[in-house]
Ligand binder design. Sequence first.
Ligand SMILES: [Zn+2]
Length: 173
Amino acid sequence: MAVRPIIQLGNPVLRQPSRPVEQSQLEEVRELARDMFETLMDFRQQYGYGRGIAAPQVGVNLRVVVMALDGKPLIMINPRILRHNGKKELFWDSCFSCPNLWFQVERYNQVTVEYRDMDWQLRVTEAQDGLAELMQHELDHLDGRQAIDLVKDTSSFCTTDEYFSRHWQDKER
Ligand SMILES: [Zn+2]
């Protein structure tokens, strides 16, 4: 297991669409997902927040997302949004690839996501509010979309220090 360097905003790798994982790549993905989780936990330790990372952020254009939910890894392979409730809300967002920047984006407040787990089982999960926002953020990375693309009001841009002092809500951590 290893902490991998996080690709920073501006690197073209983050703009490339990622390839679907084949079942034959599971072993490779197992190692990748372990490293992604370790990288995520290392980021949390350094910055005090962070819940998800997508494979392109460690330089691998495969459709893999790893989230830390209550400290435990949730690994999603080939995730896709099956449906959403059509209702968008403003959420505060940030990204490991531009860690000193916070901003408001509009996303659906409820999504249903289908993915494969590490046993290649097809799973479906429903997420709301902050978790729904997180899943949309991470899935966007797999299509080369960045959260800053969704900023409508540029006056919401905020550094991490300012965000912590003004808008921090523990539940979003
Ligand atoms: Zn991100």
